[in-house]
Design a protein around this ligand. Structure first.
Ligand code: PLP
Length: 432
């Protein structure tokens, strides 16, 4: 059955659509932090879709909110009419953003959110120049793939905006790898200044950055680094867009937004993934003068529709009411500490890093240094065989990414840790 679906998938969907596992699985049901595939195998999900199922599976509060909207008989008409859920969700996000008098525009994905932010910034600043971090990922449409700084995901270098890349993304294999945090930040700030003065005309529209790079391998910059960048950008009037698609909604444990670790409020934030707990929703929250700078009318037919905003409102309320940020901090530390203990005796693990429930395990070959995508692929098969789903990423495809639903319990964290440990031990032997 599953095989049949796989060949049908391959026949009609693009070759470049990434699929996990040698034998990809079809997930047919979910409950809490577990999903079941079409062959009846149940897995603990430590990737939450792709950080999409922030709250988990089969959450009554969210299903009920969506069902109530379905029962009204109006799935959606268009955003040409007032939508109560949209307004109420925007009010919550505007308040949570910390941006003064913030306004929100809803989209259907993170890509669209970033495309919108780039459109707003370029319009506001009358400039088509953008600064991005090396090794970043911002989406798969024309402008966003163009500014993406990670070779593996950079399907095209063509872009409607001109991009310059600065250091501050993937640190451990870059030229500043051996620097202390303080020296690293100073070097990255110098690099930004140099890039601005040497490669741009200075009138750059915005800098866009993920507070923790997601696809790039859960790279955590020193706290405050992006704030130091912002001080330089302010000298030029350049806007800062925080891409919170992965880091928002309390996932990093210590803050609700990843950018808060950097001590400033950005001009815009983009969001998606976890907000809808699986429903397609994204958006931009911005300073009112930036949001309202468009000279022409615009619309998203489906962005902010009553179904996705009903589900997102319920998911957001759930995250806040149950203080899932605090839970992410607690079980996140449990996982990071446990993994660091295990990795000490297993050279296949070069690094365990992360914050809250965004945890990366960087795998290397027998020399203890060379990135090993093979080890990562094997690792994923081992965890799958033992009933655990994990993610993968990094510039070299050698970073295992853990991002379970933020409702993960301590017992489930322990269970996952056991499987991760067995898989580390197995891969360590296999590639030695
Ligand atoms: N920005 C970041 C940081 C992401 O991780 C992603 C997706 O992985 C996107 C943007 C694009 O979001 P979407 O896949 O919803 O278009």
């Amino acid at each position: 059955m599953a095989d049949d679906l796989l060949s049908r998938h391959r026949a009609v969907l693009p070759d470049w659509l990434a699929l996990f596992y040698q034998e990809p699985i079809e997930i047919v049901s979910g409950d809490g932090r577990r999903v079941t595939d079409s062959l009846g195998r149940t897995y603990l999900d430590f990737f939450a879709g792709i950080l999409t199922n922030a709250v988990g599976y089969d959450i009554a509060e969210i299903s009920d909110a969506v069902r109530a909207q379905l029962d009204s008989g109006v799935l959606h008409t268009s955003t040409l009419y007032l939508i109560r859920n949209q307004v109420e969700l925007a009010e919550r996000i505007a308040k949570l953003s910390g941006i003064k008098d913030a306004k929100v525009f809803f989209t259907n994905s993170g890509t669209e959110a970033n495309e919108t932010a780039l459109m707003l910034a370029t319009q506001f600043r009358h400039s088509d120049q953008v600064i991005a971090l090396r090794n970043s990922y911002h989406g798969r449409a024309f402008a966003t793939v163009g500014i993406t700084g990670n070779r593996g995901w950079k399907a095209s270098s063509l872009s409607p905006v001109k991009v310059s890349y600065v250091h501050g993304g993937y640190r451990s294999r870059g030229p500043f790898a051996s620097f202390s945090d303080q020296d690293y930040v100073a070097a990255c700030v110098d690099d930004l200044r140099d890039v601005l003065n040497v490669t741009t005309s200075g009138d750059v529209a915005c800098m866009i950055a993920e507070p923790i790079q997601g696809v790039g391998g859960f790279n955590v910059p020193p706290d405050g680094m992006l704030g130091a960048f912002k001080e330089v950008l302010d000298e030029y009037g350049i806007l800062f867009v925080a891409d919170e698609v992965q880091t928002g909604w309390g996932r990093t444990g210590e803050h609700f937004w990843g950018i808060q670790a950097h001590g400033f409020v950005p001009d815009m934030m983009t969001f998606a993934k976890g907000l809808g707990n699986g429903l397609a929703i994204g958006g931009v929250v911005a300073r009112p003068d930036v949001m309202d700078c468009l000279g022409a009318s615009s619309i998203s037919t489906f962005g902010g529709n009553p179904i996705s905003t009903a589900g997102a409102k319920a998911a957001l309320d759930y995250i806040l009411e149950k203080d899932l940020q605090a839970n992410a901090a607690k079980v996140g530390s449990q996982l990071i500490n446990g993994l660091r203990d295990v990795s000490e005796e297993h050279p296949v693990v070069a690094d365990v890093r992360g914050k809250g429930l965004m945890i990366g395990i960087e795998l290397v070959g027998p020399d203890g240094r060379t990135p090993s995508p093979e080890a990562a692929a094997r690792f994923m098969e081992h965890t799958k065989a033992r009933g655990l789903l994990v993610g993968k990423g990094g510039l070299y495809g050698n970073v295992i990414r853990l991002a379970p639903p933020m409702t993960l319990t301590e017992e489930e964290a322990e269970e996952g840790l056991g499987i991760l440990t067995e898989s580390i031990v197995a891969v360590d032997k296999e590639i030695a």
